[in-house]
Design a protein around this ligand. Structure first.
Ligand code: FES
Length: 142
């Protein structure tokens, strides 16, 4: 049911934890399952130097967050915005269809953390929208 990569990132999650003096923190919840994700970003000169995540979520949420954090570290904030849940799923060799909504948690938490960073530093990140509280709304829009 799960690819080897998903299992690997679930069993050995990368970048799990928190950053105490984070420049941006984003928390989102998934209305469907009640799971919660928090992302911490350390940003210097517009480049993501460090990223950590914490989740009250399922295995697919853990695996997608782990992969997503690896994909955004070292990128500029604008590049990080382009790391979609689809790209993360592809990097994990796919997820079962019922678990696709879990991958949105990581994407939305990163966006929320970028939003927090932008607000605190009074900058605008092209294409970044304010965080949505209810992930289900996003899915319904698609
Ligand atoms: Fe809730 Fe996966 S079941 S994030």
């Amino acid at each position: 049911m799960y690819s080897e990569k998903v299992m690997d990132h679930f069993m050995n999650p990368r970048n799990m934890g928190e950053i105490e003096d984070a420049d941006g923190v984003g928390t989102v919840g998934n209305a469907k399952c009640g799971d919660i994700m928090r992302i911490f970003l350390k940003v210097e000169d517009g480049v993501i130097q460090d990223v950590k995540f914490k989740t009250f979520g399922c295995g697919a949420a853990v695996a997608t967050s782990s992969m997503a954090t690896e994909m955004v570290v070292g990128k500029t904030v604008e590049e990080a915005l382009k790391v979609t849940n689809k790209a993360v799923m592809e990097a994990l060799d796919g997820l079962p269809p019922v678990k696709v909504h879990c991958s949105l948690l990581a994407e939305q938490a990163i966006h929320a953390a970028l939003w927090d960073y932008a607000q605190k530093h009074n900058i605008t990140i092209e294409g970044l929208k304010p965080p949505v509280e209810d992930i289900e709304e996003i899915e319904e829009e698609e």
